[in-house]
Write a protein that binds this ligand. Structure first.
Ligand SMILES: Cc1ncc(COP(=O)(O)O)c(C=O)c1O
Length: 367
């Protein structure tokens, strides 16, 4: 989090003594801070302030759009199916599985092609009068691969099918014009751009409706009850445009070229297609991703593996599996995210450390 964002968040905590719903001076001051943050976000995204629903982050935004829409259309017997992709974030996949099961919708999950991109025509072909909703991401959180969000929104709009775009990984990383995109629902999260954790928003297009899912005081125009996180919203607004992620791409590309130079057996995912510039996902054959992660952690590197914990068992990345990557190779994968603060020397240090760890692990295995 940039210092200026941290300071703005703390300052807003101090200043927003009142509850933004209260009528007294302290409440009005908190309301003003919240309204200013909403205006700033709306201006940045090219949408109306009234379309922004502040939430606790990307997960809640996805939950709100999915539950809020499906609960609303559940009584319409004609709407029977929901379409998504196999590479969505769990906050979309698990939420859809839950609500489709509860409300009796058929869930159609489209796989990406081998290159990690979901072919728009694979979704468009399935759109029909029975489609209640389409939910898809704009950029994948594991591989960084950009998905054809605009094409899907445009196809859905002509057929009057509501669409949720999970844009959490695109904000700040690639150009984003939400007015042009014109999706019914767009999910965003502050911490992906150096804002505070636990705050985000759902952008709801004018004319698109949801049933509220979090009930109570009717905040956020009745769409999300609960006293608003004023300091979080202010921090989110301050973080917009604060970090210049455009510099990451050269360090990321340098890292991948050095990695392949010293470890030519490594597979880097998504190099041939469009990706956001800060993400690199690769597999080191013969190595376990979790073990690499722990060894790198000991050396001070914070990286991720694509695996997820399911029923106490480590499952390899569902994204790589959906791309048809062999399970053993998927288990050898790591995901590295670069920030504007990183330079080529950091990439060099990471490659050196990976080489050292691989040598060490091979030695320990008697290879
Ligand atoms: C694509 C995507 N969607 C949703 C989320 C969830 O966002 P949050 O952490 O704000 O709940 C993430 C978080 O990593 C993400 O990458």
């Amino acid at each position: 989090m940039p210092e200026s964002v941290a300071l703005a968040t703390i300052e807003a905590s101090r200043k927003s003594l009142g509850n933004p719903s209260s009528m007294h001076w302290a409440g009005r001051e908190a309301r003003r801070l919240l309204d200013d943050a909403r205006d700033c976000l709306a201006d940045f995204l090219g949408v109306e302030p009234g379309s922004i629903v502040f939430t606790s982050g990307g997960s809640e935004s996805n939950n709100l759009a999915i539950a809020g829409h499906l609960l609303r259309v559940a009584k319409n017997a004609q709407k029977q199916k929901v379409i998504t992709t196999a590479i969505e974030h769990p906050s979309v996949l698990k939420t859809l599985e839950f609500w489709c099961d509860q409300l009796d919708f058929d869930l159609l999950t489209i796989s990406p092609r081998e290159n990690g991109v979901v072919d728009a025509s694979d979704i468009i072909r399935k759109l029909d009068d029975a489609t209640a909703m389409v939910c898809m991401m704009w950029a994948n959180n594991e591989t960084g691969i950009i998905q054809p969000a605009a094409e899907i929104v445009s196809a859905c709009r002509t057929r009057n099918i509501p669409v949720l775009i999970d844009a959490v990984q695109v904000l700040g990383k690639a150009p984003m014009d939400l007015a042009k995109l014109d999706a019914d629902f767009v999910s965003l999260s502050a911490h992906k751009i150096g804002g505070p954790k636990g705050v985000g928003c759902l952008v709801v297009r004018r004319g698109s409706t949801l049933l509220p899912w979090l009930l109570g005081g009717g905040q956020e125009r009745g769409r999300r009850s609960g006293t608003e996180n004023v300091a979080g919203a202010v921090g989110f607004a301050h973080a917009l445009g604060c970090k210049d992620f455009s510099q990451c791409v050269s360090v990321r590309d340098y890292f991948e070229s050095e990695l392949l130079k010293y470890m030519p057996d490594v597979t880097v995912y998504g190099q041939a297609v469009q990706r956001v510039g800060n993400t690199s996902m690769f597999a080191v054959p013969g190595m376990d991703g979790e073990t690499l992660l722990m060894q790198l952690d000991l050396a001070g590197f914070a990286v991720a593996s694509g695996s997820a914990c399911s029923s106490g068992k480590r499952e390899p990345s569902h994204v790589l599996q959906a791309m048809g990557v062999d399970v053993r190779l998927a288990r050898s994968s790591l995901r590295v995210s670069f920030g504007p603060e990183h330079q080529n020397v950091d990439a060099d240090a990471l490659v050196r450390e990976l080489l050292r760890i691989r040598m060490l692990l091979r030695k320990m295995a008697g290879l």
